[in-house]
Design a protein around this ligand. Structure first.
Ligand SMILES: [Zn+2]
Length: 135
């Protein structure tokens, strides 16, 4: 099985890795944007809720419900982001890129198993060549 992986890896060219890293960065951007949007919405709702609790308590109680939901959704979304990035598979060896038995480094620049180097986001493509945010 390992020989099959190595054989497949040898047949893969730069285009395969470029596409893989493009997908990785697009996914990372998509998940981070979701976290930031949730944080922004939570900030706005929390401010409105605080204001409404002082000025008009019934409205404050109504706004407390979506604020509470976002308060739970934000750490959940962060957990999803960390989990997805942590379990990203290496395009060469198929193992988790950032995680090995004893080490979990989400900022790692090389695969924990085969030492494949992760290019910087600006390296693999020319400007304007990145795929749009995945939906
Ligand atoms: Zn690898």
């Amino acid at each position: 099985m390992d020989q099959l992986k190595l054989l497949n890896a040898a047949e893969r060219g730069d285009e395969y890795y470029r596409e893989h890293w493009s997908l990785y960065y697009a996914e990372r951007r998509r998940l981070l944007h979701r976290v930031f949007r949730l944080a922004g919405a939570l900030g706005v709702l929390f401010t409105l809720c605080s204001w409404a609790l002082e000025k008009c308590p019934p409205l404050g109680y109504v706004l407390a419900v979506p604020t509470s939901i976002l308060l739970l959704a934000l750490p959940a979304q962060w957990f999803i982001f960390v989990w997805r990035m942590r379990t990203w598979t290496c395009p060469r060896c198929g193992e988790y890129f950032f995680t090995s038995t004893l080490v979990n480094n989400p900022f790692g620049r090389h695969c924990r198993h085969c030492r494949l180097v992760r290019p910087k986001e600006s390296e693999p493509h020319a400007p304007g060549e990145w795929p749009s945010v995945l939906q």
